[in-house]
Design a protein around this ligand. Structure first.
Ligand code: GLC
Length: 424
């Protein structure tokens, strides 16, 4: 099958497969592996030149995952209002978290002697969280996974067969998988070299409902971006991934990072920034070597979850790309003929909003459930008699719903529809 035929084939079922994901909006990323023992990020094995022997010794002495930890991660995802979770089944270091027959460097043979992927998948199903498996195409451990496989065709064949076999295990042994989240890809340079279409076809034959991201160098069901949230990719479905420390997904355990970690307000803000570009957000946790969750990450995500529960009506469900804007104190997202204004700095009792050619039929503050006294005059919308303080006592992050009834909101400025408090 060539690229064109493959894309036609995946497009035929995409709307059906991706509907839940467009609704879900918010997921958890979990970076966990031997690197968690060092607390200096998931690239440590390569950056510090750690030998396989030393790395496996670390696994055996310090990688102390305990049965039930995955359920704690999944529980936290649920509490945070996340609808899916993605676990690093194998990162660039090449150490697998499942009972692999293909890759003997795994968490059943070393360290905790537990199939962590199994526990994770079971916990997700038990708690109604969709299952995502992260898989790194980059592999620093496999003899043939490095630059050897660029020129040496026999090495390439061995490495790709290894990848295919790993994938077959993950796709057949763990029931229904909702997302395959590829990472990489290096050292090979394109989808042809990676044999991505062949492999992804095999995966789709085993998991007909699966969603696949774009990191096997084929445009698949959604794209990923890291950190750069403002608009996301300009077309199609996309997802941003963010991390607490802004340093490494695998976590940096140093007190010096604490003041710079995201707080609950930052996370909700990022989520709403993704909303206005029509994208999803997956937010990362980096469990400790013993599988426990960092108390700061736990508490912060629980606070996010309280806010999400209060504003569920605004958060879940697809939003339309474009038209909406942000102005440093608020952003907005459109779903159908409703626009949600997310206000993250409250400025008192009166606000004005420019940018609409038509007036909403009603305005409601979702945070306290009250209708807003508003007026539309000469293209400007005025909100009057607002409370002095933000009605959101969780994060000072109030949400207004502007309902345009059976009319589409029409913008005359882009970016438009930002809330502007007059005394800020
Ligand atoms: C990059 C990093 C990797 C991380 C991933 C998450 O590819 O190399 O460490 O897991 O981003 O998106």
């Amino acid at each position: 099958m060539n690229l064109e035929q493959y894309q036609k084939f995946t497009a035929e079922t995409r709307e059906r497969r991706i509907a839940w994901w467009r609704d879900a909006r918010f997921g958890m990323f979990i970076h966990y592996g031997i690197y968690s023992c060092y607390g200096r990020g998931e690239w440590i094995r390569m950056r510090e030149g750690i030998s396989r022997e030393e790395y496996l010794n670390t696994a055996n002495t310090q990688f102390n995952y305990k049965s039930g930890n995955a359920e704690e991660w999944v529980n936290l995802a649920k509490k945070a209002g996340m609808r899916y979770a993605i676990l690093t089944t194998v990162h660039h270091d090449g150490f697998a978290l499942w009972d692999s027959k293909t890759n003997k460097y795994n968490s059943v043979n070393y360290g905790p002697h537990i199939d962590i992927v199994r526990e994770f998948v079971d916990a997700c199903r038990k708690h109604g969280i969709r299952v995502g498996l992260y898989f790194s195409l980059v592999n620093w451990d496999h003899e043939d996974g490095g630059i050897a496989c660029i020129e040496d065709m026999a090495a390439r064949e061995r490495y790709l067969t290894f990848v295919d076999n790993c994938m077959r295990e993950l796709m057949t042994e763990y029931g229904k998988i909702d997302i395959l989240w590829y990472d990489g890809p290096s050292p090979l340079r394109n989808a042809e070299e990676w044999r991505s279409i062949e492999r992804n076809l095999m995966i789709r034959s085993l998991q007909p409902d699966i969603l696949i991201n774009d990191r096997s160098l084929v445009e698949e069901d959604f794209r990923n971006c890291e950190d750069n949230l403002v608009f996301g990719p300009l077309v199609g479905d996309w997802e941003a991934c963010l991390r607490f420390s802004h340093t490494a997904f695998g976590g940096v355990d140093h007190p010096a990072t604490l003041p710079f970690k995201d707080n609950a307000h930052d996370i909700v803000k990022s989520m709403t920034v993704c909303q206005y570009g029509g994208g999803n957000l997956v937010y990362n946790i980096a469990p400790n070597a013993d599988g426990s969750i960092d108390p700061y990450e736990k508490e912060t995500l629980e606070t996010v979850g309280k806010w999400m529960a209060r504003h569920a009506e605004a958060v879940y469900g697809p939003t339309k790309r474009g038209g909406c804007g942000a102005n440093g104190i608020s952003t907005s997202a459109q779903r159908g003929n409703k626009v949600y204004l997310y206000n993250w700095i409250w400025g008192g009792t009166f606000a004005r909003i420019n940018g609409y050619k038509n007036a909403p039929k009603s305005v409601r503050c979702l945070t306290n459930g009250e209708n807003v006294d508003f007026r539309y005059e000469n293209g400007v919308l005025y909100f009057n008699n607002l409370p002095e303080k933000s009605p959101d006592d969780i994060l000072n992050f109030a949400v207004f719903e502007m309902d345009f009834g059976d009319e589409e909101p029409i913008y005359n400025l882009v970016p438009a529809n930002m809330i502007q408090f007059m005394n800020i």
